[in-house]
Structures are given as C-alpha cells and as structure tokens.
Design a binder for this molecule. Structure first.
Ligand code: ADP
Ligand code: TRP
Length: 320
C-alpha cells in the first residue's frame, strides 16, 4: 500500500508531534511504500521569513532522519522540489467548487487565530489534494484535525474522475491512533503556535527549564493527588514503562510525593528516551551534504511519478 503524508516546516518539532504523528509515520514505513515530504509550499501560507522557512525545512529533515526515516525504502523530499504539484493544483482548482473550500474548518480556525487570510491559505486544501493525488496514494496518515482535508481530496478526485474519466486514485484517511493530546507546559494542547512546547531535540539545559515549569496545581506534598488531572503525569505516560507508571500512579494517590519529584523523573526519562536519536542528529548535523543528497534523491524519485500522473492529467483535460 502507498502511504503518503506531509509535515509543514512551521517551527521546531515537539514531543506532541512525535508521539502524536511522527512515531506512527515511521512505523508505517516498515510494511508499506512510504512517501513523506516537507510541505514548504504549505508553510508559505503563514508568511514565515525566508530565513525561518529555510531553517525550519532543514530542521524537519534532520529530525525525521535522526528519528529513523528509512531513506533506502521511503521516499522523502521537499515539496517545492516537485513543482509539478503546483501545476496540478491549478488544474484541480478549476474543478473545485468554492463552497467546498468555504466550509473548511482549518481555514476558519487559522483566520480566527489571527493569520492573514491570503489566497494560498484559502486554496491550501487544493494543494494538499494535489500532493495526495499526484502520487496515487492509498492511505494518508494524519491527525484528526486533517480529516476534512482528506475528505475534500476525495471530493475533488470524484469530481475529476466524473468529468475526465477514472484516472485518480481515491485515498483513504488513516486517522492516527488517538494518543491523548499531549499537553504543553502551560497545560493547553502542545503546539508550535502557543509557545508551550517541549522540543524533541532541545539542549538538556533547555529541557530542564521547560520540564520544571510544567504547570501543576498547588496540592501540598503530603496530600493525595489525582494523576488523571496532572500535566506532568500525562507526559510521564509517554515515556515511562507500564510498571513505573503504575508506581507513580500509586505515589500520586497515596500522597507524600511532590510534583517536583515527578518532574525530575520525567526529565531523566525524556533525556533517556531521545538520547540515541540525539546522537544520530548531532552526527547528521555535521554532514549537511548528506541531508541535501537524501532530499535530492527523494525529489528525483518523486519527480518521476509526479511527471507521469501530470502527463496523463494534462492529456485528459485537453492540455496536451
Ligand atoms: P502544531 O500544532 O504544533 O503546529 P501541527 O498542526 O503541525 O502541530 O501537527 C503535526 C502533526 O502532529 C499532526 O498530525 C498533529 O495531529 C500532531 N500533533 C500536534 N500537536 C499535538 C499534540 N499536542 N498532541 C498530539 N498530537 C499532536
Ligand atoms: N496539512 C497538513 C498538516 O498541516 C500537512 C500536509 C500538506 C499534508 N500536504 C499533505 C498531510 C498531504 C498529508 C497529505 O498537518
């Protein structure tokens, strides 16, 4: 099965991204044909500075490679290195009803958050549909927030096939197994947009500062505490073994253990969990040529497939 997903280079990736999405992307590459890309054209819709866009793109590449993307098997590229996708997006735009995009929740959310409603932001789902359809993807693993975009992709594909003949593969969404939303250090959903993240590859000093500032209530040390209402416990769940988690559950409920102790252990476990990946990332950072080479190879493989689909599409619509 061909599995495709994209991630926007819109900031430093955090442990919410890892446990909520990347870990599962990486798992899926073992038994499938993995197609993963860095959605830099999509990131452009939120108007980053050129410097930031460049930096974030390389950071996402380094993160994925360090975390175990298998470059021999999986195709990994930067979206803008396969410009056929934007040409295809225009063709799809011309059969996409305005109403379909006007109903889009993610567009409305982003505008509510204060993003400038530029045309790229409005047309975002059409570009996403082009990403998915140009590679004949079967399965698209995404978070629940992206479900509507996959439905829109299917609607566009059905409209295209109905108008020009059965050419495009209808993808299925694969909503990532719902790992509870990872809370940020302020207790809201961890997100690049809220400045509340714990980065996957932050320095130990930075990690310590973040973990120690995770918001808790003010229950005194000696009193019992509810683990299910605690942000530190929610984070411990991601990295502690089952046995250790059961011990912490008991310590919380019995009283006599402070949040400080739980935070200290959380810090140790986070450092331990990501240590091998950190070492790998440091090695990769010293070798930027290798990273560029991986992206170039990925782009060449992606280009070949995209060109083939685009040729068929152009013929079908009367452009060739
Ligand atoms: P952010 O909110 O940080 O900008 P994105 O929207 O780019 O994150 O999300 C990329 C992927 O990571 C999505 O599949 C999303 O579901 C997942 N994800 C992001 N934040 C969290 C979180 N706090 N908990 C679980 N999964 C998350
Ligand atoms: N919109 C996705 C997100 O914000 C990123 C993305 C772009 C994507 N193109 C895609 C995801 C194609 C899956 C398939 O998370």
């Amino acid at each position: 099965m061909r599995v495709l997903s994209g991630i926007q280079p819109s900031g430093k990736l955090h442990i919410g991204n890892f446990f909520g999405a990347m870990r599962q992307h990486l798992k899926l590459q073992d038994d499938n044909e993995g197609f993963y890309f860095i959605a830099d054209y999509h990131a452009l819709t939120s108007s980053p500075t050129p410097q930031k866009l460049r930096e974030n793109t390389i950071d996402v590449a380094l993160d994925y490679l360090a975390l175990g993307l298998n470059t021999k098997k999986t195709v990994f590229w930067r979206q803008s290195d396969v410009p056929q996708v934007t040409e295809f997006a225009w063709i799809l735009s011309c059969i996409t009803p305005m109403g379909l995009l006007q109903r889009c929740v993610s567009f409305k959310d982003k505008v509510t958050q204060g993003l400038l409603p530029n045309h790229g932001l409005f047309a975002y789902p059409v570009l996403q549909a082009a990403d998915i359809l140009i590679f004949n993807s079967d399965l698209v693993p995404v978070g629940a927030d992206q479900k509507q975009h996959i439905e829109i992709t299917r609607d566009i594909a059905i409209k295209f096939n109905g108008t020009y003949g059965e050419l495009l593969t209808l993808p299925k969404d694969h909503i990532l197994e719902s790992v509870a939303i990872v809370p940020g250090i302020d207790g809201r959903k961890m997100s690049k947009s809220y400045d509340n993240t714990i980065g996957i590859f932050e320095s130990e000093k930075q990690l310590k500062k973040k973990v120690m500032s995770v918001v808790t209530d003010s229950t005194p040390v000696e009193e019992p505490k509810d683990p299910d209402k605690c942000n530190v416990f929610a984070l411990l769940k991601l990295v502690a073994s089952k046995d250790e988690l059961a011990e912490w559950d008991a310590k919380y409920r019995n009283g006599g253990t402070g949040y400080g102790a739980a935070k200290k252990r959380l810090l140790e476990l986070l450092i331990e969990y990501f240590a091998p990946y950190r070492a790998k990332r440091e090695e990769l950072e010293k070798n930027p040529d290798y990273v560029h080479k991986v992206l170039e190879d990925g782009a060449a493989r992606a280009n070949a497939i995209a060109s083939e689909t685009l040729k068929k599409v152009k013929k079908a619509v009367g452009l060739l």
